[in-house]
Design a protein around this ligand. Structure first.
Ligand SMILES: NC(=O)c1ccc[n+]([C@@H]2O[C@H](COP(=O)([O-])OP(=O)(O)OC[C@H]3O[C@@H](n4cnc5c(N)ncnc54)[C@H](O)[C@@H]3O)[C@@H](O)[C@H]2O)c1
Ligand SMILES: O=C(O)C(=O)C[C@@H](O)[C@H](O)[C@H](O)COP(=O)(O)O
Ligand SMILES: [Zn+2]
Length: 364
């Protein structure tokens, strides 16, 4: 039996949209009311298509539904593969009235959203996220884009979806490593803005790893509430929204260094959050016990706590120099001034940053 468990709104005035969270929703929900025209193009990948494409088509009764299936992997989040979406749209004569649908994880979501932002100067899109990470983070907030060999998510656009449909049942087919990657972004919300959620996570992290349905639904809901609040306050990252980047300055450097393949985004963010906490401790912003709280939670989620073995402090500094948060060549980092309270700062002492990088690269 399909069950809607939670519904919330991302409040952006006339561009507001719902996030619908529940069980058994894929194939049973009618999303046609979010489609202005008569045509839909579902974008998915070769892993997800056999699992969920037919059911996703059922969500658009009365519409003409086409689909395009992309290769699977972060390394395909690039221009060449983005073009496959445009090829399919043009070959099938799709117009400005077409709605794109992202069926998949964050890679499919980011690419579909970017294609929607660009196709014929902008068409609407809907998010149907199927990984934990995409359900708690990437499907909400309208950041879309692709990677460049020299930097993560370097080419993109802000483009908000019309609706987000989250079916927690789709997580049952997800590999365990991908569940852990998603938990990294869940922990992030507790660390940046919600100390009560962090306490809840400390008590429920094992249930989350085990995919207990009620624990999953609660974690997804509370994560989406946090993300929706931050996005509503600062849609285009003029200030506050940058806290959603906790661990990402280090994490994106790891992903780029690893060539967008061996390290999952969530894994890199997990390690990056420990590194950010370590630097926060060196800066006197949190104490050793709080640093250990962060590290322990990341480890309990099954995430790595150290960067790639062959990565040096120089590698980090070179890659972090192209981070989108930087201003006038100055590195800006998200640090913790308490567990549950993040701040964006360019004031971290370079000696402390060097000490953090050396510490982690020597694998102590
Ligand atoms: N736009 C944003 O705000 C935002 C936020 C966080 C992350 N991201 C981006 O999201 C990407 C990471 O997303 P991700 O972690 O979802 O990775 P992903 O999209 O690569 O999906 C992970 C893997 O799981 C497979 N998969 C997806 N759903 C499945 C299911 N239900 N059952 C079985 N397999 C399934 C995928 O095919 C893939 O192999 C990164 O590119 C990251 O930069 C964007
Ligand atoms: O939505 C946001 O804002 C985020 O920063 C969420 C992050 O988890 C996500 O990885 C995002 O894609 C990072 O954006 P970027 O602009 O730093 O590449
Ligand atoms: Zn992220």
């Amino acid at each position: 039996m399909p069950r809607v468990l939670h519904q919330l709104k991302v409040d952006l005035g006339d561009r507001s949209y719902p996030i619908i969270i529940g069980q058994g929703l894929l194939g049973t929900s009618d999303l046609s009311s979010y489609v202005a025209g008569s045509q839909v193009m579902i974008v998915t990948n070769e892993t997800i298509a056999p699992l969920y494409l037919e059911r996703a088509k059922e969500c658009f009764p009365g519409k003409t539904v086409d689909s395009v299936v992309l290769p699977d992997g972060e390394r395909y989040k690039n221009w060449e593969v983005l073009n496959l979406i445009f090829d399919a749209l043009l070959e099938k004569r799709h117009t400005r009235k077409t709605t794109l649908v992202a069926l998949g994880g964050g890679v499919v979501g980011d690419m579909t959203g970017f294609a929607a932002a660009c196709y014929q100067r902008g068409v609407p899109f809907i998010q149907i996220p199927t990984t934990l990470l995409s359900q708690v983070d990437s499907s909400v907030g309208g950041k879309t884009g692709i990677n460049h060999p020299l930097g993560k998510n370097m080419i993109g656009a802000f483009h908000q979806p019309e609706a987000v449909l989250i079916d927690t049942d789709s997580l049952l087919t997800l590999p365990p490593r991908e569940v852990s990657a998603g938990i990294a972004e869940v922990i992030k919300y507790g660390l940046i803005r919600d100390v009560d959620f962090l306490a809840w996570l400390e008590g429920n992290i094992d249930g989350l790893v085990d995919r207990q349905p009620e624990v999953l639904a609660e974690a997804i809901y509370r994560s989406c509430v946090c993300k929706a609040e931050v996005v509503a306050l600062d849609e285009r990252e003029g200030g506050l929204r940058a806290i959603l980047n906790l661990g990402h300055t280090f994490g994106h450097a790891i992903e780029t260094f690893a060539g967008y393949g061996n390290w999952l985004h969530g894994e890199a963010v997990g390690t990056g959050m420990i590194m950010a906490a370590d630097l926060s401790e060196r800066e006197g912003m949190i104490n050793a016990e709080q640093l250990e709280t962060v590290r322990a939670l990341i480890l309990r989620a099954g995430l790595p706590a150290l960067p790639p073995q062959n990565m040096t402090p120089e590698d980090f500094l070179n890659l972090m120099a192209v981070d989108k948060k930087n201003v006038d060549g100055q590195l800006r980092l998200v640090l913790l001034q308490a567990v549950g309270n993040a701040v964006v700062t360019s004031k971290a002492a370079s000696g402390n940053l060097d000490a953090t990088l050396t510490h982690f690269c020597q694998r102590q």
